[in-house]
Write a protein that binds this ligand. Structure first.
Ligand SMILES: Nc1ncnc2c1ncn2[C@@H]1O[C@H](COP(=O)(O)OP(=O)(O)OP(=O)(O)O)[C@@H](O)[C@H]1O
Ligand SMILES: [Mg+2]
Length: 332
């Protein structure tokens, strides 16, 4: 059964279309991922679904309630973890929980027990009475997840749940999300621009690029639909310039280049390796290494959007670094 139905949902900011007639369904009990680069329209989509932003056109129902006509009902069935942290640093973990429990009208007689249970779920019982400003990034994220669950929502929206966290902490958060889904049967809709995150967690993913859904399926089906293998060739010199020449070969289904790496999608990869090496030699390109692998979700993303999500991630990291630098400069 579908717990979320989205039909032609659209958001315009002036003349700019941030979300462009998107439609999809989320099944009860599913972990569904919206995956896309910066500015793709992920947060805008989430904000419409959680009733914080009015759509320009289209509609959606969440657990049977209409997002524009039955906002209260929608809000009662959802929990949210926002992309930007929304905890009060000057309060303890438990106090943050209490504040939220009151806001969400959690039965006062059950409130403290519920808070304790959620602190336990996200393993923050022993840090519950510490000020949040002394929490680590991962602890803050876990507290936000636990807080979003206080009123026992059927559906949890997680907007970039692991943004800015190191790899180890990120994996830790993945375990909570998976546990939540498995043990509490919570339907989860998450956004991410980490390919591995979606691959690891999601039953199905939708790739979103410039406000449009460009592909939607299970990670495995998406990879299988690519067909064939990926040959990754590391070369001496600039891959982008060399990749252009390779595109002429008919048996190469797609080519992408990133720094000194060229990746080809081909049928029967192992047979094509010698041909690629020969072709490179004839073109005067020095091959440093050759790798053969099955297509990844990243390859799928490249196929549908013509660009690597990694390139986007790089620019995102640079932007974040600049923002941090500007902020710390401003404080001084
Ligand atoms: N209130 C607003 N007014 C004008 N433009 C907006 C507004 N909110 C979002 N946008 C624009 O809509 C586009 C989509 O933004 P959105 O925040 O949904 O992207 P995103 O996919 O969540 O990106 P990120 O990965 O960086 O979080 C962007 O170009 C953004 O600048
Ligand atoms: Mg966002």
């Amino acid at each position: 059964m579908d717990i979320i139905t989205v039909n032609g949902l659209t958001k315009k900011f002036g003349k700019f279309t941030a979300v462009d007639k998107i439609s999809f369904q989320v099944k009860t009990g599913e972990i569904f991922g919206l995956l896309g680069p910066n500015g793709a329209g992920k947060t805008t989509t989430i904000k419409m679904l959680i009733t914080l932003l009015a759509p320009t056109a289209g509609n959606a129902t969440i657990a049977g309630a209409n997002i524009t006509k039955e906002k209260r009902k929608v809000r009662d069935s959802i929990g949210v973890v926002f992309q930007d942290p929304s905890l009060d640093d000057q309060l303890t973990g438990r106090e943050n929980m209490r504040f939220h429990a009151i806001l969400y009208r959690v039965d006062p007689s059950k409130r403290e027990k519920r808070i304790q249970d959620m602190l336990k779920l996200v393993e923050l019982e022993d840090k519950a009475d510490m000020l949040v400003k002394n929490y680590s990034g991962g602890m803050k994220r876990r507290l936000e997840i636990g807080r979003g669950l206080l009123h026992d929502p059927k559906i949890m929206f997680l907007d970039e749940p692991t943004i800015g966290l190191d790899t180890q902490t990120r994996r830790h958060i993945w375990d909570y999300i998976a546990k939540l889904n498995k043990e509490h049967k919570t339907t989860i809709i998450l956004t991410s621009h980490y390919i591995e995150e979606a691959d690891f967690l999601c039953n199905r993913v939708a790739f979103i690029d410039r406000g449009k859904i460009v592909a939607l399926d299970t990670p495995n089906s998406l990879k299988e639909k690519m067909g064939g293998d990926v040959i990754a060739v590391r070369i001496k010199g600039d891959a982008k310039a060399s990749a252009k020449i390779f595109r002429r070969a008919k048996w190469i289904k797609s080519v992408s280049a990133h720094e000194s790496l060229i990746e080809f999608t081909v049928e029967d990869g192992e047979k094509r390796i010698p041909e690629i090496v020969l072709l490179a030699r004839n073109l005067g390109i020095t091959v440093i290494s050759v790798d053969l692998r099955k297509p990844s979700l990243e390859d799928v993303f490249i196929k549908y959007t013509g660009k690597s999500i990694r390139e986007e991630e790089g620019s995102w990291k640079d932007a974040l670094r600049m923002r941090h630098a500007a902020m710390s400069g401003g404080r001084r």
